[in-house]
Design a protein around this ligand. Sequence first.
Ligand SMILES: C[S@@+](CC[C@H](N)C(=O)[O-])C[C@H]1O[C@@H](n2cnc3c(N)ncnc32)[C@H](O)[C@@H]1O
Length: 448
Amino acid sequence: MTYTTQLQNGNELNRLYEDDRPVHEWYRFVLSFPPHLVRHYVEKFGLAKSQLVLDPFCGTGTTLVEAKKLGIKSVGVEANAMAQFAASVKTDWDIEPDKLAEFGRDIAKEVNENSHENVHGGESSKIGVSVYKGPLRAFDAEQSRLVIKNSISPLPLHKVLTLLTAIRQHDAADLRNHAKLALARQTVKDISNLRFGPEIGVGKLKVDAPVLEPWLNALGLMVHDLREFHASSVTPATAFRADARDMGRHLSPRSIDAVITSPPYPNEKDYSRTTRLESVLLGFMSSREDLRRQKRQFIRSNTRGVYKADDDHRWDEDIPRIQALADSIEERRLELGKTSGFEKQYAKVVRLYFGGMARHLSDLRALLRPGAKLAYVVGDQASYFRIMIRTASFWRKWQNDWVTKCWALSCSAHGFRPPQKSAFEKKSCFFSGMAEVLTWQEQIAIPG
Ligand SMILES: C[S@@+](CC[C@H](N)C(=O)[O-])C[C@H]1O[C@@H](n2cnc3c(N)ncnc32)[C@H](O)[C@@H]1O
């Protein structure tokens, strides 16, 4: 099937193809985009193995994994610690598959041997059996407040924490991250009460659930894939935990040949919420302050992640179309008499979102090689009071506004003159409202 057919077949677009399962399937979230989309742009851009691809919103690493499979170097930036961890593990193929299999066997043996004390009150030798009498391991009060209520029932949580302790105590430090990612995957997928559809919610509460066996299966999947890909581990792929509006600390000037990414949209998705259980489980977040710190690094795209000190709106305050859009949302709110705190924030989120993306573009500018290709996969939304937010059109029609603005701000900071015309030249747009491809034209020297 060609990419065009897939696009016409709307619901095909986001599917993970059977052949793409290896490695990508180690951990994905509902907001991941499909690997075939990455292949499409790699092909379209004619990227060579010596070139470097960036995904500034890399999530769980779809772009990085796919680039690595193709032997192309890649870097990713991601603000969500759990997603960045997943991307790092998914691009670490420098692991002996047999050692990982042995790790699984060791842990299974240990957990089973100690099960009388930790898991089953001595009535069973299998961690997956639901007989238990002793005290349960649990999240502390702060951790419990962070996870969505009833995300996971007490007995399954106890088993998961028992297994996690065994993983953490195992001598083979280089294998622990793979083991932890496999546990995060299975906890969300099979052990917890969470459901995704596409919003995260709580389904039927499970009194008990097997833990060891699903984890071993997930580890087995990794072992299987590593047997195929271990030899390709030489292609570099690195995921940094950072803010896409401030990437210069991690990436070198003029180093990027292509960007392939699916950035956030102003669609009320809370990227910290979809990964909350596993973030708390693996220790990426253990207090409200950790959560706030993480959310502050996100491009503002939902009303639950807006803070008093936010000022990205200054990046688009003189772009008339963005102001008109935000104004129309506020007018509709007043017409409808909507007065809740969230509803009052809608117009503000739109201004902060587009301002944040402008800031990101400005930061990106110095990192691109002249002629670099950019694919931003964005979708149109009817998020706030059913007012259409045509994010892709912003890229298509308003890029000059953005780029001029970015230049005006960063050029004055760096003390050199903005170019007369847009530094981006639009080459093509694949699908109305879907993706935008731009080519970076800048030729002048970047200071420093
Ligand atoms: C649509 S998702 C990308 C999914 C990714 N393509 C994948 O396959 O998993 C957008 C991502 O942007 C991240 N994000 C939001 N604001 C960010 C920022 N300022 N810097 C870096 N990442 C950010 C979110 O945490 C989320 O993982």
